[in-house]
Design a protein around this ligand. Structure first.
Ligand code: NAP
Ligand code: GLV
Length: 306
């Protein structure tokens, strides 16, 4: 069995020995143009040439949860595409989002600013009931985030394509219930996959539906948010702030207004990193299962885009 690895991040020096150790029966190598035919490819943002030159792949493993970049390519019809299925990401996402929610709710940003001036000044306690948290996307990551936020007794709403039953989470489903979801939420967390249906979802009209004094946390993809509309909603006072981990162009270009905005917190696409050991163990386990003809979790449906 032959496995090829390719990542735009050029991190093969660690991945290939890891995959080789987890798959001793396989020959694991870095993909390069002209590489011999492989059974499986493990990739992050590969070039079209890899797919064109490897028509005999049995499956394509994506070393991330989001497959938006992969689905831009021409994929052989019927090729199974398998995304990372948590692999240590959901706990990181829960940490990040709970931190951002609590930092805003408890006004830690204000205390940080006070500290710079040696100022001792309590803020009045806020009521959690005034800060319902809405999670857009209740999949592998969104569900874990919703459960974690609910543990801090915030009211939690969730929006997905299909209705969900999750303890402590009010479920909203489908395009028809998006407005009601936004109107019921003050802190809105985006954990959707980027698809034609979800691109530009947080535009001026939708941001206006969030409760006044709202707060946006985008940890999915930059193109879910219309940058100029977010800035306008902040500058009008409708939104109180935003924490953004993902951007239309990454790295976020120097001079982009998000960098200097006093009510935006920027982090460098780090809310849930791919953890190499966990990911290799998961992918190797799935290659073994596929070889034995067993089903695997995390298969992408290209017609849905996730
Ligand atoms: P997932 O398991 O595929 O879950 C996607 C969720 O979105 C599902 O609940 C799905 O609804 C819902 N959804 C999709 N399209 C929808 C639509 N048109 N209307 C309403 N709901 C819709 O994905 P995941 O593993 O949780 O990951 C989510 C995204 O996070 C990834 O695609 C990736 O872009 C991003 N991500 C970012 C980072 C980072 O570091 N910033 C790290 C990992 C992932 P159903 O449940 O009804 O199908
Ligand atoms: C990271 O953004 C991922 O999709 O895993």
């Amino acid at each position: 069995m032959r496995v090829v690895y390719y990542s735009v991040d050029q991190d093969h020096a660690r991945w290939i020995p890891g995959l080789q150790a987890a798959l001793p029966q396989a020959e694991v190598s870095l993909w390069a143009p002209g590489a011999p035919p492989a059974d499986y490819a493990v990739v992050w943002k590969p070039p079209q040439q890899l797919l064109d030159e490897q028509p005999g792949l049995k499956a394509l493993f994506n070393t991330g949860a989001g497959v938006d970049a992969l689905l831009q390519l021409r994929l052989p019809a019927g090729l199974p595409v398998i995304r990372l299925d948590d692999a240590g990401m959901s706990v990181q996402m829960a940490e990040y989002v709970c931190h951002a929610v609590i930092r805003h709710f408890r006004e830690f940003d204000g205390y940080e600013a006070d500290m710079a001036h040696g100022k001792w000044s309590f803020r009045k306690p806020r009521s959690r009931l005034d800060y319902p948290v809405g999670i857009l996307g209740l999949g592998v990551l969104g569900e874990r985030v919703a459960r974690s936020v609910a543990q801090f007794d915030f009211p939690v709403n969730g929006w997905s394509r299909s209705p969900k039953t999750l303890p402590g989470v009010q479920s909203f489903a489908g395009a028809d219930q998006l407005d009601a979801f936004l109107a019921a939420s003050r802190i809105v967390v985006c954990l959707l996959p980027l698809t034609p249906d979800t691109r530009d979802l947080l535009n001026a009209q939708r941001l206006a539906r969030i409760r006044p004094g709202g707060y946006v946390i985008n940890v999915a993809r930059g193109a879910h948010v219309v940058d100029a509309d977010l800035l306008a909603a902040l500058d009008s006072g409708h939104l109180a702030g935003a924490t953004l981990d993902v951007f239309r162009t990454e790295p976020l270009p120097a001079g982009h207004p998000f960098w200097q905005h006093p009510r935006i917190t920027v982090t460098p696409h780090t809310s849930a990193r791919t953890l190499r050991s966990e990911s290799i163990a998961q992918i190797a386990g799935k290659i073994g299962a596929l070889q034995r003809g067993e089903p695997v979790a995390g298969k992408v449906d290209p017609s849905r885009g996730y």
